[in-house]
Design a protein around this ligand. Structure first.
Ligand code: DHB
Ligand code: FE
Length: 284
């Protein structure tokens, strides 16, 4: 049977991708940020999974206002890094896992979550920046990736509670797949940031760190926080953080297992207009 071995949480700021691609990671502005991911890259090498289930948000790249799926699972054999206006990032294409993705779609939809099935999708910084942060600059990504896109760009967005419940359904789906696969689930986006309007530039360190504390130790409590609290406290783009609850909901302790081990925690301000947060939790 397939198992979820660990969950990874990280921000996805596009300027981080540009800093890597333009060889600026050693510059004074970026060095402290990348230092926070040195442990993670080694951990990723030591704990390479068979598949990454990567929860992310599209930024009007693959989808537009024409069609706005709340939850979309990528079932394709491969996904091309998107052209976001400055050309696609020079990173490897993303190899999917159609068999496991189809199984998860079947299981989760029959478990009452109405996913959109996506057989063709380009992937933007929301997906490629977390891969770069965790894997560096390889010729090919270390394993197949199932992209799972959540609408946190256009209102109405899903609640934290719904995301947390969905994570639990994803765990059940993974554990009912009849191949011995080690699966990591990643929750990405956040932390506090607001890119537009009167509060553009908003960062809330205290709230971000309380979110990290609570995601680790009281995720069910954090799942009850309403969308408007994220927007008020963490800014309009801070709502990306609800995606972390999908990954957290998929961990064993939520289904009565032992608490996960916190392998790494990192927080840094600023990266572009955003506070960067990062956690690695291993299942026991
Ligand atoms: C920034 C952050 C984001 O999450 C994003 O999608 C685009 C830009 C930023 O901080 O610049
Ligand atoms: Fe974003």
């Amino acid at each position: 049977m397939a198992k979820i071995s660990a969950s990874v949480y990280t921000s996805h700021v596009p300027a981080i991708g540009a800093a890597i691609d333009l060889k600026k990671t050693g510059e004074a502005y970026w060095q402290p940020l990348f230092a926070g991911y040195e442990y993670s890259k080694q951990w990723m090498k030591d704990n390479t999974p068979d598949v990454i289930f990567l929860v992310f948000n599209d930024h009007a790249t693959a989808f537009s206002l024409d069609i706005i799926p709340t939850f979309a699972i990528g079932t394709a054999a491969e996904f091309t890094p998107a052209d976001e206006g400055w050309g696609p990032r020079p990173v490897p294409k993303v190899i999917g896992h159609p068999e496991l993705a189809s199984h998860i779609a079947q299981s989760v939809i029959q478990d009452d979550f109405d996913l959109t099935i996506v057989n063709r999708m380009d992937v933007d910084h929301g997906l490629t920046v977390p891969l770069s942060l965790m894997c560096g600059e390889p010729q090919a990504w270390p394993c197949p990736v199932i992209p799972f896109a959540v609408n946190v760009v256009q209102y109405p967005v899903p609640s934290g509670r719904r995301c947390f419940q969905l994570g639990q359904a994803i765990r059940r789906a993974v554990e009912s797949f009849d191949q011995d696969l080690k699966v990591q689930i990643w929750g990405t986006g956040g932390m506090s940031h607001q890119l537009q309007g009167a509060r553009a530039g908003l960062i809330n360190r205290e709230w971000d760190n309380a979110f990290l504390d609570r995601l680790i130790a009281d995720p069910a409590g954090q799942a009850e926080v309403s969308h408007i609290d994220y927007v008020r406290e963490a800014g309009s783009e801070g709502i990306e953080l609800v995606m972390w609850l999908i990954a957290r909901g998929a961990m064993s302790d939520i289904a009565g297992g032992p608490a996960p081990t916190l392998k790494h925690r990192f927080y840094h301000v600023p990266a572009s207009n955003t506070a960067v947060g990062h956690l690695i939790l291993e299942n026991n």
